[in-house]
Design a binder for this molecule. Sequence first.
Ligand code: F6P
Length: 538
Amino acid sequence: MATSVSHTPLWCLLQQRATNTPSIKELFKSEPQRFNHFSASACGILLDYSKQRLDTTAKLNLLALARQQKVEARRDAMFAGEAINHTENRAVLHTVLRLPKGEAFHHQGENIAASVHAVLQQMRTFSDAVREGRWLGFSGKPIRTIVNIGIGGSDLGPQMACIALAPWSQKNLLLHFVSNVDGRHLTDALKNAEPETTLFVVASKTFSTMETLTNAQTAREWMLAHGCPSEQIRQHFVALSTNVEAASKFGIAPDNVFPFWNWAGGRYSVWSAIGLSIALYVGADKFEEMLAGAHEMDLHFQQAPLEQNLPVLMALLGVWNINFLGLQALSIAPYHQRMARLPAYLQQLEMESNGKSVTREGQRVDYATSPILFGEAGTNGQHAYFQLLHQGATIIPTDFIVVADDDVGLPGHNQALLANCFAQSKAMALGKDITQVRAELPGVSEALLPHRVFEGNRPSSTVLLDVLSPKSLGALIALYEHKVFVQSVIWDINAFDQWGVELGKSLAQQLISLKPEAVKEDYDSSTKGLLRALKRDK
Ligand code: F6P
């Protein structure tokens, strides 16, 4: 059995360092040029981590920890297509989805890069036809409304990207994302839709997800009930799936199925056919620019020395905060309205990947793993949960994500946005002590002073994008993907399975009738009580 990372001398050294690490304020005082040593950039992204509570010794030890845990070898194994998702015996090759055209990648005897580009071409042909009004609905009219039906990775990625890339969207196309099995989600999306001009994109890697199949079935019935002849339903439904057979069985014409492969995990699938809604909304060229941005980050991750390697640095900062400073949560604050869905996207990426409590060998870990991640676009978050970030008894590190050059031309707005972002991280890092408060508020009663004090010493990183473009968005997402992977290597866990979602799924199947006869005697009294309280027996 491998030695647990937490029992290695380096881990103990880092624990000691954490107890002796000066405050962020002291770190800035002792290193006036701190920004120069605690920042790095690549692919149009600057990472400023000088406001983390981290000194050079801790940083060097963290880099040594990465080497001890063989981050480079594990990374190379992932890129090479080894079955690193060992609980499902699968390779993890979302990076192949963004290889440039013409590059080959052989996996299990097949050039899968060529298959990837064949599907990209299929996506281009279809999205061009829809966007140019050549793909017609049952009454001969072009498509005007697109409804992406999918959940988790089959929803969050394309949705987040479409919102971020809205400036490139085609104005006469309306796009909805329906994920929830709650019928209100689909009902609201269809409220103003015209069946004859509506296209449903059924996105499901497995084509077995209850929410998606229920929504897709209802959408189909809605089309038929609104006059679509069954033989024309093919004009209104396409599927994105690894399970081409199940999609065809559902009634989607084989030509309308855009395939992908098991080596692309659900939460890593935005680069695959799952990105079709992006291509429909902003065009295939922009979608491919996003892939190119991610590929650039892949190369950086593979080639840059660990000291300058953005995903590695971000991963180590997280490990430092979670495992050594004991800061278990992470707030994501994108100071850009169009990145408002990024926190939701990262929630799945980080928490579904690294929300694990056994090592790759199945031993219970004795250290924390994934951060508890949440967030909101700035400046909205400031007026909601930032109070706790500034003065709460729990310290929560923040990733501020901000774009240097994205002025929409409304005087004053962008300036105010950026100033707020930088002010927040400064306030969190340095705070305001009682002497400053006293000086600022002469005559204020001593009893009120503690309420006005900001302890500071609350770590944050700032991720500054040159611009928000399809390319930089691709690089940003890939940055977080690789960060999550590096953390999984350090924690010795499998980031690519998600067995934790299975139990709830199967219990829901057992309870689906909600009828009194579904109440089994051996159920717990809470479940019995809730089922009976529904009064379905009337
Ligand atoms: O939540 C579990 C999960 O399997 C995710 O990993 C996935 O993104 C989501 O369900 C949707 O799955 P599918 O694309 O197969 O419908």
